[in-house]
Design a protein around this ligand. Structure first.
Ligand code: 48F
Length: 256
């Protein structure tokens, strides 16, 4: 019995890992934008893997605002909550509140149920760069990263990569730092996030969701960080809509 438990876990984990070494879409970061993108892409029949540094995916959605575990979403994004079977309550005008624990766990549930494979405790430390295109990810265990252990990584090949790493836009920064390239932004570089401006930030989150280099898309706060736009605090419509938009963009590009 003792051996069966260990064997079963090892067998099914390695099956999942091996099946995910070559995917259609590799997503970095399991916050709301990454999870929504994972859900829609998996539902479209794409092979999707998502890498999350922390033990629990969900990013900045669990904690609501200052740990008051409620979040706000505007009407424009309600169709996504309906699609993902998330409960919400009307507040005023176009605004709705949601229990953040319910919302976050629902996003994780629906993404995995649709077929996306989530690898938690896994940090993305670099990209695969082939023929001037982002062609995959370089991954390692988060404890290796935290302990600064000198352990080489594994490689995952992907037709498209999404940087959904939030405020730090880590994948775009790494790509830029290590390679002599220009990104599709006003300056050609990662411009860095600006201070809080809710309406502007919600609008630009969606606008800035795009392919910023062949093979590399940005979604969620990473899209604003890359393009020098604003932060917005605990309102999440833009994050959900950005996840939906990046899934549509990748679907179009993979089908040509
Ligand atoms: O920050 P995060 O929730 O990203 P998001 O989808 O949503 C932003 C909102 O939560 C909030 C906001 C809107 O109101 O401003 O901040 O843009 O989630 C990003 C996830 O990426 C993980 C990180 O642990 C977090 O869970 N992450 C970041 N860098 C890496 C990573 C990396 N190099 N490898 C793996 N995971």
């Amino acid at each position: 019995m003792e051996q069966i438990v260990s064997m079963g876990i090892i067998d099914s984990y390695f099956k999942k890992l091996k099946e995910s070494l070559n995917v259609d879409v590799a997503i970095v970061g399991g916050g709301p934008s990454g999870l929504v993108a994972a859900y829609y892409l998996a539902k479209m029949g794409k092979k999707v893997s998502l890498y999350e540094r922390k033990l629990a995916p969900g990013g900045g959605m669990w904690g609501g605002a200052m740990m008051f575990n409620e979040i706000m979403v505007q009407r424009d994004a309600i169709h996504i909550l309906d699609e993902l079977k998330v409960d919400y309550k009307p507040y005023v005008d176009n605004y709705y509140t949601i229990d953040s624990v319910h919302a976050t766990s629902s996003l994780i549930y629906q993404a995995t149920k649709a077929g996306a494979k989530i690898f938690n405790c896994t940090s993305v430390e670099d990209v695969v760069f082939l023929n001037n295109k982002v062609s995959g990810l370089v991954i390692n265990w988060t404890p290796v990263e935290l302990q600064k252990m000198h352990v080489d990584p594994l490689v995952v090949m992907a037709k498209s990569v999404i940087d959904a790493t939030g405020h730090d836009c880590e994948v775009a920064r790494t790509l830029e730092r290590k390679n002599n390239i220009r990104l599709l932004t006003e300056t050609g570089s990662v411009m860095g996030e600006r201070s809080l401006s809710v309406d502007e930030a919600e609008r630009t989150t969606i606008e800035n969701t795009k392919e910023i280099f062949p093979g590399l898309y940005v979604a969620g706060m990473a899209s604003n960080g890359v393009s020098g736009s604003y932060r917005m605090g605990p309102i999440f419509g833009g994050m959900l809509l950005s996840g939906e938009k990046v899934a549509k963009l990748i679907d179009i590009s993979l089908s040509v």
